[in-house]
Design a protein around this ligand. Structure first.
Ligand code: GTP
Ligand code: MG
Length: 442
């Protein structure tokens, strides 16, 4: 026998022996103690409603809990999907329930719906992360911690009678490992009975063929195994919501009244509302809470801790040491930090070199530009100089011509100033003749 096998046998705990009691001791009251403790502590239940705007989410919540929650009608113009949680304190008999309803506002309203599931996934993960952080605290207070982890996602399917939209399939697929999904066909009064039957079969077929895991009501507890098995076959529930009360016979019932008749919300021949309420609230609320903790949260926690470097020891190796894991992770972190630092330093040096080269190139370009401009300037200067010289020559020539003209003019003037005397004499002669003519000519 190998040494490790021997070790395992010696470490194995001995089987407890069964003994019978001599009389009543009192620990049979343990379940009652648990109930009493839980009742004092109160319960929390968190529902996520996913479905397109106006599909009837708020009406169904009001109908399910027989009250009026605060609602705010969503517009069709949200830029992206937004999660809106609202928490209420409810009381039934002596049981307190902290109910949180989270609405996925604006779901399906965007032109590009590729990322519509992301805010929902992020919200669910954030609630898991908050719980994990509380768990990892040295001084943790999980007892009075307000657990906001989503226990169930009611996925509202539009009653088209055709097939599921790809948005529905993608969203449910992204959510199925994180939350218990219960698909429901909303506004089931808008679809005929035969169409509804085919629609249900089609939806289930599509979910199966796309590998979407929806929540199955548990059948391992004998007390509810039968009813849960029957109800599993009715999925997805086709529901009608209404807070309006209509008189049917001599009873006031919640219903939707139409010109051709009344759809009663709680009439199982009309819709599956009662089935949903039974399964969600009366029979499986605790299972939904438990599945959230033991399946979905556990998966999140495992992945997160593995990501952080924690590992469970397998049977043969040394037991898991938090100290060693922490040291290993610290070393890994430091070497990663060093690598990043070195990378950044190298990047910085390269950047400086690149910038230096760029600056040198710029300097060379500037110098060339300067030389070019200098040449142009000299050329211009030379041309201007030439022009100035030509102008000077022209001015000199002009001045010469001007002086010559002036000389000529003054000569001419001199000459004309001698002429009037002679002219006067001539004039007198002519005047004499003209006076003779003026007499002779009539
Ligand atoms: P937003 O929060 O704005 O996205 O809407 P919602 O999904 O909460 O829908 P809401 O409950 O406000 O209902 C929208 C309209 O649908 C209202 O006029 C309701 O009366 C109507 N409605 C709700 N449930 C049903 C139903 O089961 N059948 C029919 N025919 N109409 C319903
Ligand atoms: Mg609403």
């Amino acid at each position: 026998m190998a040494a490790t096998d021997l070790e395992r046998i010696s470490n194995a705990e001995p089987e407890p022996r069964s003994l019978s009691l001599g009389g009543h001791v009192g620990f049979d009251s343990l379940p009652d103690q648990l109930v009493s403790k839980s009742v004092t502590q109160g319960f929390s239940f968190n529902i996520l409603c996913v479905g397109e705007t106006g599909i009837g989410k708020s009406t169904l919540m009001n109908t399910l809990f027989n009250t009026t929650f605060e609602t705010e009608e969503a517009s069709h113009h949200e830029e992206c999907v937004r999660l809106r949680p609202q928490t209420y304190d409810l009381q039934e008999s002596n049981v307190h329930l902290k109910l949180t309803i989270v609405d996925a506002v604006g779901f399906g309203d965007q032109i590009n719906k590729d990322d519509s599931y992301r805010p929902i996934v992020d919200y669910i993960d954030t609630q898991f992360e908050n719980y994990l952080q509380e768990e990892l605290k040295i001084r943790r207070s999980l007892f009075d911690y307000h657990d906001t982890r989503i226990h169930v996602c009611l996925y509202f399917i539009t009653p088209t009678g055709h097939s599921l939209k790809s948005l529905d399939l993608v969203t449910m697929k992204k959510l199925d490992s994180k939350v218990n999904i219960i698909p429901i066909i909303a506004k089931a009064d808008t679809i005929s009975k035969s169409e509804l039957h085919k629609f249900k079969i089609k939806i289930m077929g599509e979910l199966v063929s796309n590998g979407v895991q929806i929540y199955q009501f548990p059948t391992d507890d004998e007390a509810v195994a039968e009813i849960n098995a029957v109800m599993n076959a009715h999925l997805p529930f086709a529901v009608v919501g209404s807070t309006e009360e209509v008189k049917v016979g001599n009873k006031l019932v919640r219903a939707r009244q139409y010109p051709w008749g009344v759809v009663q919300v709680e009439n199982e021949n009309h819709c599956d509302f009662v089935k949903l309420r039974e399964m969600l609230i009366r029979v499986n609320m605790e299972d939904l809470r438990e599945q959230t903790h033991s399946r979905h949260y556990e998966l999140y926690r495992r992945c997160k801790l593995e990501e952080m470097g924690f590992q469970d020891s397998d049977g043969d190796s040394q037991p898991f040491s938090l100290q060693e894991t922490y040291e290993a992770k610290r070393k890994e972190f430091l070497s990663e930090l060093q690598r990043k630092e070195e990378e950044m330093r190298q990047m910085f040096v390269n950047k400086v070199k690149e910038t230096e080269l760029e600056l040198k190139e710029k300097e060379r370009e500037l110098h060339e530009k300067f030389e070019h401009l200098k040449r142009i300037h000299q050329e211009e200067k030379r041309k201007v100089e030439e022009k100035r010289r030509e102008l000077e020559e022209e001015t000199n020539a002009f001045n010469c011509r001007k002086a010559a003209m002036e000389a000529l003019q003054s000569q001419a003037l001199h000459a004309t100033s001698q002429q009037p005397l002679r002219k006067d004499k001539d004039k007198k002669k002519v005047g004499g003749w003209s006076s003779i003519y003026s007499v002779t000519i009539p």
